[in-house]
Design a protein around this ligand. Structure first.
Ligand code: BTN
Length: 237
């Protein structure tokens, strides 16, 4: 494992781990004193949202930011938007002209295909939050996915990670000083399927309607056929 300090984070770089989120949670068990980033070239048991697995061959970015949530005043939902924008900006800095979109709750798409996924996990009773981020650089493991290589971009996982950290710090700072409003505006400008028909599956129940808005608390507002509104939280996990 290689150690490096960068932009306020202590970076731990591994060749292979089961999951960088798992590694981050294990590290929290032992105790840490500063914000830390785990990055691995490969994951053997990468995890995605809702219990899915995240296929993780060598060549993509797999990272987990361990951040001190005390600074972020418990606004977890807002933080998922902050992270998605930082990911979008980092990708945009490599692929100049591409159509980046944010898909609720926390996917980043390029030309309608998924290029990145985000998974937040928390160890209860601590202020530390783990933000797991996967970005497809050289491989798009599913047919619904794309990767930066499809756009002629070649970048190393560590260079992309550094770009991501710089952008994360920038967007987080803006959020902490000026609030969620501007973050929400940025996200909405590039929202996938805004004002279109969508369906959301929650606890095996399917909700259908128009994706009308993201409200001031970061909840998705779904307008049903009968005009009634339902609000969805991103939640953690
Ligand atoms: C999703 O879209 O379902 C979220 C995917 C999150 C994948 C990343 S890769 C790095 C970190 N470690 C994991 O095991 N998962 C996240």
């Amino acid at each position: 494992m290689v150690h490096e300090a960068f932009e306020g984070f202590d970076i731990h770089h591994y060749m292979e781990v089961s999951s960088t989120n798992e590694e981050a949670l294990d590290l929290l068990e032992k105790g840490i004193s500063s914000e830390t980033v785990i990055v691995a070239n490969k994951q053997t048991e990468g995890r995605g949202r809702t219990g899915k697995s995240w296929i993780s061959p060598e060549g993509n970015l797999y990272t987990s930011l361990i951040i001190d949530q005390a600074k972020d005043i418990n606004r977890l939902t807002e933080l998922t938007f902050v992270t998605a924008i930082a990911v979008g900006n980092a990708i945009q800095s490599s692929i100049n002209s591409c159509n980046i979109q944010y898909k609720w709750p926390n996917d980043v798409l390029v030309d309608g295909k998924k290029i990145s996924g985000i998974l937040l996990e928390k160890k209860s009773n601590t202020n530390w939050l783990v933000i797991g981020i996967g970005i497809n650089i050289n491989h798009a493991p599913l047919s619904t996915a794309t990767c930066m290589g499809d756009y002629g971009v070649s970048v190393s996982n560590i260079d992309l990670l550094k770009e991501l950290i710089i952008n994360f710090n920038k967007v987080r700072k803006q959020w902490l000083s000026s609030g969620f409003y501007a973050i929400r505006e940025m996200w909405l400008k590039r929202a996938f399927k805004l004002n279109e028909q969508i369906s959301i599956k929650l606890a095996d129940k399917l909700y259908e309607g128009i994706f009308a808005n993201i409200n001031e608390n970061g909840r998705l507002v779904l307008q049903q056929k009968n005009g009634s509104l339902i609000y969805f939280d991103t939640g953690i996990l």
